[in-house]
Design a binder for this molecule. Structure first.
Ligand code: AMP
Ligand code: MG
Length: 414
């Protein structure tokens, strides 16, 4: 049953939309020129254009014989081999021209010579000296990529706003860009709060816990192309909190963990409000992460977005993925990327209560024809061990209570 408090909160979909709509109003950081490998994980600030036709010549995709398709319409066809072209050979230098009933031995990646319009795979030929018997017909253009078919000289091959991964690196390398212009990593301040939270280098007292959130968030920020800046842990005391929040608001984005629930010492919202923060939402109908807060602080022309993420470690991780990512994408110069949902078959029964969209730690396995997912046993949103074994979350819609083995369920990939 949905509580009266919950009924006022936005649904997961509405909150996510709100964040995405906010994100597209943000300006990216300044571009900088980085070497190709340094640019990995960052976002292109320039288009990558073809510096010549791709491929630069009609390219054979097979080892075999370059032929005229019309000569092998009726098979077996008997052709005379007049030479060989290997990858790296120049068509002009070879000077080979394939005329009627002739062929040329050709290797994968080599230029198809003048006169030939297709390549027959070597597997469908027999050769004796220069006599080649072709066993199978080919259509015009078969096993050949025409000059410029992938990209013509000057065409945009990868556009500005694309995050650089190994495939983009390959394109940059192929067009001869050893350095690329990318948007600078946005600086993301991370502020953990709580009297019980101690630095990881200190031995915690029996009543204390180590600050794992600042590090899990820093890792997520880094993986998302941001530059994390971990601030000292703030006590649950308004003065100290205000001081550290001000420091954090100097960054491009501020992430706060803990102190956003309904407890007496959950001070983050009230201290942010005293700093002039505008709050876009304070809570979303999700679990884990229900108390998540999103807003911004304006100062003159600039504004700094912030998120108050619930302190339970799994809530912190999940709400980063659900809500922080689009803002980080936008500050990095990319369009906010959609979440990666998939479908899998449930391995065992389970039931939950209704009212919230739930993201439950789970393990995806199975085969390509039947992906299977199993809920991990967990002790709730403080359970780091369950989270560390998960490779996805099962997404439970707010109205569904019972799930049976064999049901198709939606999962969110990590
Ligand atoms: P809070 O959101 O401040 O009410 O905290 C909820 C739970 O998360 C409490 O059990 C905290 O001890 C735990 N927690 C808060 N901050 C951190 C942190 N930085 N690292 C690990 N656990 C935390
Ligand atoms: Mg706290």
């Amino acid at each position: 049953m949905e509580s009266a408090v919950d009924s006022k909160l936005p649904s997961f979909g509405d909150a996510r939309r709100l964040v995405e709509e906010y994100a597209i109003t943000l300006s990216p950081t300044q571009p900088e020129l980085l070497s190709l490998l340094e640019s990995c994980g960052l976002v292109l600030a320039e288009d990558l254009r073809a510096d010549r036709d791709f491929p630069p010549f009609p390219r054979s995709t097979r080892d075999g014989f370059a032929v005229r398709a019309s000569d092998v319409k009726i098979v077996p066809a008997h052709l005379g081999c007049i030479g060989e072209i290997k990858a790296g050979a120049s068509c002009e230098q070879s000077g080979v021209v394939v005329r009627q009933d002739q062929c040329v031995e050709i290797m994968t990646g080599a230029p198809v010579p003048e006169g030939a319009d297709a390549v027959v795979m070597v597997e469908f030929t027999n050769r004796s000296g220069d006599a080649v018997t072709v066993q199978r017909s080919v259509a015009v253009g078969e096993n050949v990529v025409a000059k410029g078919a992938e990209a013509q000289h000057g065409a945009v091959m990868v556009s500005r706003g694309t995050r650089v991964n190994h495939t983009v690196v390959a394109v940059a390398a192929a067009v001869g860009s050893s350095g690329v212009a990318v948007f600078r990593r946005p600086r993301v301040a991370i502020l953990a709060t709580g009297d019980e939270v101690v630095d990881i280098n200190l031995k915690p007292g029996s009543n204390e816990i180590r600050n794992s959130n600042s590090y899990s968030l820093a890792a997520q920020v880094q993986a998302a192309g941001g530059d994390p800046m971990i601030l000292p842990v703030a006590r649950d005391e308004p003065g100290e909190l205000a001081l550290l929040l001000r420091k954090g608001l100097e960054a491009d984005l501020l992430l706060i963990t803990g102190g956003v629930s309904m407890g007496k010492y959950d001070l983050v919202e009230q201290v942010l409000a005293s700093l002039g923060a505008q709050l876009f939402f304070t809570g979303v109908k999700i679990q884990p992460g229900r108390p998540v807060v999103f807003g911004e602080v304006r100062s003159g022309e600039t504004s700094t977005p912030f998120f108050g993420l619930p302190g339970n470690p799994v809530s912190t991780m999940v709400t980063f993925q659900l809500f922080v990512r689009p803002v980080l994408d936008a500050l990095s110069g990319a369009k906010p990327q959609p979440l990666t949902f998939a479908q899998a078959q449930l391995k065992s029964n389970f039931s939950t209560s209704t009212g919230l969209t739930r993201f439950l730690p789970a393990r995806l396995a199975g085969t390509q024809v039947q992906p299977e997912v199993e809920l991990l046993p967990w002790q709730g949103s403080g359970d780091l061990m369950a989270a560390s074994q998960a490779n996805c979350y099962i997404v439970v819609p707010p109205h569904q209570e019972r799930f049976c083995a064999g049901d198709g369920v939606t999962i969110l990939l990590l």
